[in-house]
Design a binder for this molecule. Sequence first.
Ligand code: CU
Length: 135
Amino acid sequence: MKNQSLLLVILLVVVLALTGCNSGNNASEEIVMDEPVPAGAEDALVVELDFTADVIIPATFTIPVGQKVLFVISNSDTVELNEDHNLVGPEIGLREIIVVPGQTVRRLWDGYDVAGEYRVGCTIHPWIDMTLIFE
Ligand SMILES: [Cu+2]
């Protein structure tokens, strides 16, 4: 008798946990851990970046002005911080790209057409940044 009730409680907990997960997961914000290359990336320059727990690798990247970019951004730190990072560049109109631990995103960006050096970085961890050079 005791074992049966225990089993019933366990079953109930499992069912609740499963339905809870489903209702909390919005289809529109489903996370793809290894995003495919988006359509239209054929003529884009691939800019490959990696977030570690304290830096972005590489620290600088040079892009021709007006060049369309395919950002391939990974977050390889699943241990030390194990937190989301975002790449944001307000000065150059680069909107937030979020990368969760262990994820690789592939996003197209129109690029920027004023030569110069611009800081882009993570707003979650303000000490993590890099420089994009347009020339
Ligand atoms: Cu970060």
